[in-house]
Design a binder for this molecule. Structure first.
Ligand code: SF4
Length: 529
């Protein structure tokens, strides 16, 4: 297998080009100067290992060269087709790829796509990110140097919403979309026109330009709407049965994907009434599929009122060096805390030790928090609010909580015992006779004041104390570094997913983080010079 070994020394033409790369797109110059360090022998061996382990044929291009192409592609935001063109017409691309003057591209569009898939399958996007982390940590000339050597990591984690690349559709269009895809694939397999498949399979609705045009109903009439879902469900079932009868022995990808999508949409969105009619289910299924093209994207919330459809991108930013050490992508409906565990695993793989974890409140329930504390590390977060239902009532702050004795004492001196996670109700009789009742509770007569004790009340107490002092608030503000890093990621990749599925979008996030790290390495070297 050919190893990528472009020259280290700059040619005269490269020296002239480097003089122009000081302000605009300066990373091209950095990559040209440091490509041999980024793709050292060890990393090139790892990349070549992607081919050895599968037993697949020899790669047509050196893997390190292709990896550099994926970086350049992420840096300028080029599509696969554009990347091929840029490798011929852009001298900066040619210089970094070591093919100055070439009049044919050093790789094809198909090779680039296949290489990306291979990187994903072999976790090489993670290794690339780790390589850039190591590059920054080893070259750091700042106060972070000491920590880089000690492997003790102070890190902040945060996330941002990413709109999915698949089209979000209602139940009728989801079923229609999946059915149309089935017909398209069956038409290809059987080499028969789609119209013939629709007629034979008993789904004439698909002969219309759209499902709703085929149904041609007054959608404001609930009865007609209810009839529509029954007609569609009947015809989609007929198509499924036809496929089962005629293609049972060749049902494989991608046909299987669409057949499964029909089953999933039917299970999550439809129900059979007592009279046997099929209708749309009331309420939203907990893990509802929202798109046929992207099976993993989900409905999520930015806040109580703002919704989005897609994923959450999580990153962990080193607080001593300007470097993103690990990333994760989760469907938008999953709680934030689920992003912390894969990040902690990736940190561990780099043989770094989490000694400080700065997080948003939404991550507090992650098992990573307990792991860090158990290992002697520290966790910092803003505490949950303690506001009362009404500003005129006592808040939780007015109650004395003794975590050791597991008791809570109200402003009138009434004491109750609790276990973490309990909602404590004070004795209704004492509350009923209490002179402070009007300032304490609006509970119905015969009920006492209630106070919720969090599972992690002790940790919340520590966070509250931090928030009450100037130095404590300064510690909490350190988390803003990860917010800035996320803002840079958003500026680099935009707010919409480039790829379908969580794993490919994780590849894109890791690549963006790697580029950000390389820019940081460049800044550190310039500052040290
Ligand atoms: S109303 Fe009940 S909980 Fe509130 S101060 Fe009086 S006794 Fe305590």
């Amino acid at each position: 297998m050919e190893r990528w070994s472009p020259p280290v020394e700059l040619s005269r033409q490269e020296q002239a080009l480097m003089k122009r790369l000081t302000r605009v797109r300066a990373l091209f110059g950095f990559l040209r100067l440091h490509r041999h360090e980024l793709f050292d022998e060890t990393f090139q061996e790892q990349l070549e290992g992607m081919y050895r382990t599968t037993g697949a044929g020899e790669p047509p291009h050196p893997p390190a060269l292709m990896c550099m192409v994926t970086l350049l592609q992420g840096y300028v935001g080029a599509s696969d087709a554009e990347a091929v063109e840029l490798a011929v017409v852009d001298l900066r691309w040619q210089m970094v790829l070591g093919c100055l003057g070439a009049d044919t591209p050093p790789f094809s569009q198909g090779a680039l796509q296949a290489f990306r898939e291979r990187m994903v399958a072999h976790e090489m996007d993670r290794v690339l990110l780790e390589r850039t982390v190591a590059l920054v940590r080893s070259g750091a000339m700042t106060e972070g140097e000491r920590r880089a050597v000690s492997k003790a990591l102070r890190v902040a984690i945060d996330s941002r919403p990413l709109a999915g690349a698949g089209r979000v559709e209602d139940t009728i269009n989801l079923l229609g979309h999946a059915a149309r895809s089935i017909v398209r694939v069956v038409s290809k397999i059987t080499e028969r026109p789609p119209e013939e498949i629709c007629r034979k399979a008993g789904i004439p609705l698909l002969l219309a330009p759209s499902i709703k045009a085929g149904l041609d109903l007054d959608w404001s009439d609930p009865k007609q709407k209810a009839a529509a879902i029954q007609i569609l469900e009947r015809q989609v079932s007929s198509l499924q049965q036809w496929v089962d009868r005629h293609l049972d022995d060749v049902v494989e990808q991608p046909l299987r994907t669409y057949l499964d999508a029909v089953t999933q949409v039917r299970d999550q969105d439809l129900e059979t009434a007592e009279d046997g009619t099929v209708r749309i289910r009331q309420g939203v299924a907990p893990d509802r599929r929202v798109s046929i093209e992207d099976a993993e994207m989900r409905h999520g919330r930015k806040s109580r009122s703002k919704r989005f459809d897609g994923y959450k991108e999580h990153i962990a930013r080193d607080l001593d060096l300007p470097v993103i050490v690990a990333c994760a992508v989760t469907p938008a409906n999953r709680p934030e805390e689920e992003g912390a565990a894969p990040i902690a695993e990736d940190v561990q793989r780099q043989r770094l030790r989490l000694v400080e974890l700065h997080i948003d409140r939404a991550y507090v329930n992650s098992p990573v928090v307990d792991d860090v504390i158990r290992a002697g590390g520290q966790v910092f977060s803003k505490p949950w609010g303690q506001r009362a239902r009404s500003p005129d009532l006592f808040s939780k702050r007015d109650f004395k909580i003794d975590l050791r004795a597991k008791t809570i004492t109200c402003p009138a001196g009434q004491v109750e015992v609790f276990e973490p996670g309990d909602t404590v109700e004070f004795d209704p009789e004492e509350c009923g006779a209490c002179p402070l009742r009007a300032k304490c509770t609006q509970a119905a007569s015969g009920r006492g004041r209630t106070v919720s004790i969090a599972e992690d009340e002790a940790l919340q107490g520590k966070f509250r104390k931090l928030q009450q002092t100037g130095p404590g608030r300064a510690v909490l503000r350190q988390r803003t570094a990860v917010e800035h890093a996320l803002a840079h990621i958003a500026a680099r990749k935009g707010h919409s997913a480039r790829y379908i599925g969580a794993r490919r979008n994780l590849f894109d996030l890791r690549r963006a983080a790697a580029i950000q790290n390389l820019e940081a390495a460049q800044r550190l070297i310039q500052e040290a010079a």
